[in-house]
Design a protein around this ligand. Structure first.
Ligand SMILES: [Zn+2]
Length: 296
């Protein structure tokens, strides 16, 4: 049986058809309509209806949707998504049910991603963490084969917790200094490199300079970013009592030595001894869309 899945991001939205092996059968992408949640969900429902006519194998009412947090995921209400401020208070569940026969289910995007990563794992591990490091930072936790959701589905909003207590950069979203997202994300690397170089410097350019050891301040900056990432992952191993962290997101597919350095930091500093600390770099392209198959 096929299922309909929707991945709503801050910039683009994907509507797709997924089969039971979590393969993507068909999909369409459009630019997220940030100015109007009504238009956004009209478009989603219209594409979903087209697919329903095209594929007879589709579960008739299922429409599994990943939405950027924070949201109230039981009903599908947007609370305060940083990039979709016009959506605040919008009840997507009610809206979709009024426009169609679909019975939608909502999850955090990392919650969907970890389901796909869990199926893709080559080791026999039923508890793991998925950590995404891209523009932002997200986390999900699979506990004995089941993702934990938290009180309202916002489990693992680790981006706005503090990793650097002496940071002089104030977060524009949460107004704290030194939160994870502003210190170790791809966007943070680019911001810090731009400060150092005095001109627009991309994450990729900064990483290239680091790998070739071209600029001492860039090297020091990325050494610190990597150290904080190792510390964060070591905290995660201990807090959740897991031995496997799957890393996803653009930056983790770069030349930065995430796997080796995190595993070795944990071996040297973590007190848990029952397992071997492992980092797996995700090799799934659309783990959010694929993982939505298992939501409902
Ligand atoms: Zn913050």
């Amino acid at each position: 049986m096929y299922k309909l899945a929707v991945d709503i991001g801050g910039t683009k939205t994907i509507v797709g058809v997924i089969d039971e092996k979590m393969e993507i059968i068909d999909f369409q992408t459009f630019e997220t309509i940030a100015t109007s949640p009504q238009q956004q969900f009209d478009k989603i429902v219209s594409l979903a209806k087209d697919y329903k006519n095209k594929y007879k194998q589709l579960a008739p009412q299922t429409l599994n949707i990943a939405m950027p947090g924070p949201c109230e995921y039981k009903e599908g209400i947007f609370l305060n998504p940083p990039n979709l401020q016009q959506y605040n208070g919008f009840n997507a569940g009610d809206y979709i049910r009024k426009q169609s026969d679909f019975d939608p289910a909502f999850v955090n995007d990392t919650d969907a991603a970890i389901r796909a990563e869990y199926r893709d794992l080559d080791v026999n591990e039923s508890s793991l963490i998925y950590l995404t490091i891209s523009t932002g930072i997200g986390l999900a936790y699979m506990n004995n084969g089941k993702p934990l959701h938290g009180a309202d589905g916002n489990f693992g909003e680790i981006g706005h917790t503090i990793i650097k207590t002496d940071s002089d950069y104030q977060c524009p979203v949460c107004k704290q200094y030194g939160c994870v997202e502003n210190e170790i994300s791809g966007l943070a690397i680019s911001r810090k490199a731009t400060d150092i170089m005095g001109e627009e410097t991309s994450t990729r350019q900064a990483i290239d300079m680091y790998i070739n050891d071209e600029h001492s301040e860039i090297t020091a900056m990325l050494d610190e970013v990597m150290k904080m990432t190792q510390q964060l992952c070591n905290n995660i191993y201990s807090l959740y009592n897991v031995y496997t962290i799957v890393l996803g997101g653009g930056v983790t597919n770069s030349a930065l030595p995430y796997k080796e350095s995190i595993e070795s930091y944990a071996r040297n500093h973590n007190l848990m001894t029952e397992g071997e600390f492992k980092v797996k770099i995700s090799n799934l392209n659309s783990n959010v869309l694929a993982g939505l198959y298992d939501v409902k």
